[in-house]
Design a protein around this ligand. Structure first.
Ligand SMILES: NCC(=O)N[C@@H](Cc1c[nH]cn1)C(=O)O
Ligand SMILES: [Zn+2]
Ligand SMILES: [Zn+2]
Length: 520
């Protein structure tokens, strides 16, 4: 008859924790009914949930995790505002310290400088890389995330101070809470839980955390190319948790759109003019700009730039069927964003236009009068900012040419004396994964264990600029494993992360590390 310790090793130790066996062994060995009891407990041990201890550890540390998020959200790490660059550097330092605190081998990688529109340069935030574990018998995963945020001001319409994490009804409100500070922390806490319980990490874990994602991941592409044969040489899989679920059902994400972001500058008189004194005599830059912006897209959403729609990969029957099976309620979607009428009324069309068709969005006009009140100015120079989300098989280089040529041709027809300059400042490609890859099977298993449901397989309308670079340069397989809620309000007022998603998401990551270790 085997001892219980021997049973432990024979029956796949990965399914049961060492501590559980030690405890049972201690309790049972003096018992004369040892054999009978042993036979009775074997099925229970083998079927025991392997992560109870880890999950309990997470549940016991919820307030610590919320406090960690509070400290990170308090840093205004807005990568688009150069005046906030010291905060962004501080955020990267805090990230590095947190990883060092758990014994990781941390490096802060200098990725150079950023050139500003006025020709001056500014240091980019360093990229934090870290490594925990170096066992050649284990798989190595690399977790990517970002700790920069979109701009936010209370006066934009936030109900609370965006940089003071505020807990209301189980939701943690703050800029960057969901995008992407809580998910990065959740990964760190998942690894910490294994360490705290003295459990062997199932895989080696690397981190790559950047501070410029929200402005297009400046400088990161070249760092990845430079580190392809060093940092990435032993990486097997890349995991990204910078997206959200589509509904209350957990999801795995297998595609993102890319983004081409344009500045269209129209320059006229040498200074702003009084519209009463000069109006009617000068051809106004703003009128020109509005005219060319209006030529980009029809009221029903048809992109008017020649060649763009023709490049889009056809929507297959298989995709149509997949979309049909996804949990998504059109009315909930409408009510969440506060509108009665959408461009499309049915689920499949809506999802398709959200994920796998390009779209034009007009974001703002620099130099335009935008304050409250009624200034009667003719702005001398205005810069229209718009972007076109990219899908397979669009190519940013081609889109740049198509848009630039088209806007110039529209502008020429206006016979304006003003000067138009079109610049593409971001050209991020879309990313698409193979959902048949074992990384996705592992994701399904981990979701089932933590949430007791099958995840939806979804795409993301937003962009993670570096995803495609990871794929093209490192040739590694990537999975996106979101924990953000469908209603987190990314980039918007009142962004939040629910306690539920943050905490259960941490458990999901714990399970996922285990599932990845099982990939043959
Ligand atoms: N959470 C991902 C995200 O919000 N990404 C940004 C990145 C971007 C794209 N173009 C400029 N920034 C997004 O807007 O999708
Ligand atoms: Zn993000
Ligand atoms: Zn974002």
């Amino acid at each position: 008859m085997m001892t219980l310790q021997e049973v432990f090793w024979v029956h796949k130790p990965k399914y049961i924790t060492r501590a559980t066996v030690r405890q049972l062994d201690h309790q049972l060995s003096p018992n004369k009914m040892f054999v009978v009891t042993l036979l009775a407990v074997i099925p229970a041990i083998i079927n025991a949930h392997p992560f109870d201890e880890l999950h309990q550890y997470v549940d016991d540390h919820v307030e610590d995790y919320v406090e960690a998020l509070r400290q990170w959200v308090a840093v205004e790490s807005d990568s688009s505002d150069v005046t906030k660059r010291p905060d962004l550097h501080r955020m990267m330092d805090m990230t590095a310290e947190k990883l060092k605190g758990m014994g990781a081998e941390v490096e802060m990688v200098d990725i150079g400088t950023q050139e500003l529109p006025d020709g001056t340069t500014l240091p980019l935030p360093k990229v934090v890389t870290a490594q925990i574990g170096n066992d050649s018998n284990k798989h190595t995963v690399c977790i990517y995330g970002h700790v920069d945020v979109q701009p936010a001001k209370k006066e934009d319409g936030w109900a609370t101070d965006p940089y003071n994490l505020t807990d209301i009804d189980g939701n943690l409100y703050g800029r960057g809470a969901s995008d992407n500070k809580a998910p990065v922390l959740a990964w760190i806490h998942a690894v910490e839980a294994y360490q705290a319980l003295n459990l062997d990490l199932p895989v080696n874990v690397k981190f790559i955390i950047e501070g410029m994602e929200e402005t297009g991941s400046n400088g990161l592409d070249s760092m990845i190319v430079a580190k392809r044969d060093t940092f990435f040489s032993d990486v097997d899989y890349i995991i990204i948790s910078d997206c959200g679920w589509l509904s209350r059902r957990p999801a795995l994400t297998y595609g993102t759109r890319g983004n081409c972001y344009f500045f269209a500058e129209v320059e006229g008189p040498k200074q702003d003019l009084h519209s009463g004194v000069y109006g009617g005599t000068v051809i106004e830059p703003m009128t020109d700009l509005i005219g060319i912006l209006d030529s980009l897209i029809s009221p029903s959403g048809k992109i008017l730039v020649p060649g763009i729609r023709e490049a889009v990969a056809p929507f297959s029957d298989e995709e149509w069927k997949m979309y049909q099976d996804i949990e998504f309620d059109v009315d909930t979607y409408k009510s969440k964003i506060g509108i009665d009428q959408l461009m499309y009324n049915n689920k499949v069309d809506l999802l398709a236009h959200r994920w796998r068709h390009p779209t034009v969005s007009i974001h703002g006009i620099e130099g335009a009068f935008s304050a409250s009140g009624s200034k009667t100015v003719i702005p001398a120079k205005v810069i229209g900012k718009f972007s076109i989300r990219q899908v397979p098989d669009m190519d940013p280089a081609m889109v740049k040419k198509q848009v630039t040529d088209y806007l110039h041709s529209v502008f020429t027809k206006r016979k304006s004396p003003n000067k138009l300059t079109v610049t593409m400042i971001i050209g991020a490609k879309p990313w698409l994964a193979d959902t048949k890859h074992p990384l996705y099977e592992a994701g399904i298993a981990a979701v089932k264990r933590v949430f007791q449901v099958e995840p939806d397989l979804i795409r993301e309308g937003g962009t993670i600029p570096i995803a495609r670079t990871f794929q093209d340069v490192t040739k590694k397989n990537i999975i996106m494993l979101p924990i953000g809620g469908f209603d987190d309000g990314l980039h918007s007022q009142n962004e939040k992360m629910s306690r539920y998603n943050y905490i259960e998401g941490t458990k999901l990551f714990i399970s996922y590390l285990h599932e990845v270790a099982e990939i043959k």
